[in-house]
Design a protein around this ligand. Structure first.
Ligand SMILES: [Zn+2]
Length: 407
C-alpha cells in the first residue's frame, strides 16, 4: 500500500487494533441472527509526509450507509460550538446576503441553520439521506452527494463558488484526501476562505486516544501534514486555532496560494509545537501500542473485579469511539449489560461487534448502577451534569482514556 497523499510505500504500522466491524454499523434485533463483517483496523504512518492513515481495504460506500445514525444536533455542546463559530466567522469575513457559504458534511443542519437565520445563502453537501432530510426540513438546501473534485467543478460551472467553505470532522473521514482538497480549490472563490476542523494527531498520541480510530476515519492529521496537502493542491494555511472539541482539535483557515492574506504567527507556533513533540520523528509514532494495551487491560480487569463483587456497571454514550474500545477489549454484555444514549436513532439497536443493547437514558436511572462507564470521554462533564442528583449518592463515573479514572 502507498500513502494516500504522497504515494510513498507505507512500511510502518502505527497501531494494530485487530479486526472490527464499522463503528457506525449499529445493528437491529433482526441483524443479530446474521453474520457480521469485520475489517482489519490497522493504522499506518507515512515516513515522508507523516500522514497517519488506515490500511486500504474497502470503499466509502460500504461504510456510510443510509442507516448511519449520527445526528450532530443531539449534542448540546457541539451545537453551541457551531453557533459561536458562525457568529465569529460572519463578523471576521464580513459575510452578508450577497455571500455564499458551503458546508461539506452538513449533517442535520446543526451549523448551517445559523447562516440561514443570518440571511446568508448557503448550501449543504451531505451524502447521508437521513441527516440530509433533517437539514432540508429546516429550509437548508442540501446536495445528497460525496464531495470531491468532480462535484467542485460542477458547482463552479454553475457559478456557485463559495466565499466560505466549511468542513467540520469530514477531512479526516474522506478516503481520497487529495481529491477532496482539489474539490475545495475548485469551488473556492478567488478571495474565499476554507475552514476545516479535525481531531489533532498530537492529542491522539499524547493522550492515547486510540478509540478515535475507526474505519470511517481514514486520516489522522497534524498541521505539518495538512500544510503539505494544501500546498500540493494550490492552497495555503494562513491561520490555525486549537479547539477543545473531540478531545483536542485543530481548525485550519485556508485560502488560495496566491491570496495576499499574510500567514499568522499561530501557524509557525503550532508547527514548532508539533516538532517539539516529535511528530517529525518515527519513534514518536511507535510508543502508542503499549499504552493502548494497558488501557485495555485495566478496563477489563476493572469490569471483572466489579462483577465478582456483585456491583452493577453500565455504560453511557453509544458513540463510534465506544465501539473501538469495546471491540478491541472484547467486552460483551456479560460484563456491560447495556449502554444508554440520548439519540433516539440509536435506541433499540445494538452496538456493532459487542452486540450490547442501546437503551434510553431513563433506563439507567431505573437500574441505579454502582458505576457508569462514560464511553465518549470528551463529553464526560456534560454527561455527569445530566445525571446530577438522579443517581445513588455513592454511584461513580468511570472513563477509560487516557487511563482508567473513577470519580
Ligand atoms: Zn505520505
Amino acid at each position: 500500500m502507498r500513502c494516500r497523499h504522497c504515494q510513498t510505500p507505507l512500511s510502518h504500522t502505527f497501531l494494530d487494533l485487530g479486526f472490527a466491524p464499522p463503528s457506525n454499523a449499529y445493528l437491529a434485533q433482526s441483524d443479530l441472527q446474521r453474520p457480521e463483517t469485520y475489517f482489519p483496523l490497522k493504522i499506518k504512518v507515512c515516513d515522508f509526509c507523516w500522514l497517519v492513515q488506515t490500511e486500504d481495504y474497502t470503499d466509502a460506500d460500504a461504510l456510510f450507509t443510509n442507516e448511519y445514525a449520527y445526528f450532530s444536533s443531539v449534542s448540546a455542546s457541539w451545537l453551541e460550538h457551531a453557533r459561536l463559530y458562525c457568529k465569529e466567522i460572519i463578523d471576521q469575513l464580513g459575510l452578508n446576503e450577497k455571500s455564499f457559504v458551503i458546508e461539506i458534511a452538513s449533517n442535520d443542519g446543526y451549523l448551517l441553520k445559523n447562516f440561514l437565520h443570518a440571511g446568508i445563502p448557503c448550501l449543504g453537501i451531505e451524502p447521508t439521506k437521513s441527516t440530509a432530510l433533517e437539514a432540508e426540513k429546516l429550509g437548508i438546501p442540501v446536495l445528497q452527494k460525496f464531495f470531491g473534485e468532480l462535484l467542485g467543478k460542477q458547482l463552479a460551472n454553475e457559478q456557485r463558488e463559495a466565499d466560505l467553505i466549511i468542513g467540520n470532522n469530514v477531512y479526516a473521514h474522506v478516503p481520497d484526501i487529495n481529491d477532496f482538497t482539489k474539490g475545495i480549490k475548485t469551488v473556492l472563490k478567488k478571495d474565499g476562505v476554507v475552514t476545516l476542523e479535525f481531531p489533532h494527531l498530537l492529542r491522539l498520541i499524547a493522550e492515547s486516544q486510540f478509540d478515535t480510530i475507526y474505519h470511517e476515519h481514514f486520516s489522522y492529521l497534524s498541521l505539518q501534514t495538512v500544510i503539505r496537502i494544501f500546498t500540493s493542491n494550490g492552497l495555503k494555511v494562513w491561520d490555525v486555532k486549537e479547539l477543545k472539541t473531540h478531545g483536542g482539535s485543530l481548525r485550519v483557515y485556508g485560502c488560495h496560494e496566491n491570496d495576499p492574506r499574510p500567514v499568522k504567527s499561530s501557524v509557525d507556533a503550532l508547527l514548532a509545537s508539533e516538532v517539539k513533540n516529535g511528530l517529525d520523528q518515527l519513534e514518536t509514532y511507535f510508543g502508542l501500542q503499549n499504552r493502548v494495551n494497558k488501557i485495555k487491560d485495566d478496563l477489563i480487569t476493572f469490569l471483572i473485579d466489579q462483577k465478582k463483587l456483585g456491583k452493577k456497571v453500565v455504560a453511557y454514550g453509544a458513540a463510534a469511539k465506544g465501539n473501538t474500545l469495546l471491540n478491541y477489549a472484547g467486552i460483551k454484555s456479560d460484563l456491560l449489560p447495556f449502554v444508554c444514549d440520548a439519540a433516539k436513532s440509536k435506541q433499540g439497536f445494538f452496538m456493532p461487534g459487542s452486540h450490547i443493547p442501546i437503551l434510553p437514558p431513563d433506563h439507567l436511572i431505573k437500574i441505579q448502577p454502582d458505576f457508569v462507564l462514560i464511553l465518549p470521554w470528551n463529553i464526560a462533564e456534560e454527561v455527569k451534569a445530566q445525571f446530577a442528583g438522579r443517581l445513588m449518592q455513592n454511584a461513580k463515573f468511570v472513563t477509560a482514556i487516557p487511563m482508567l479514572s473513577i470519580s
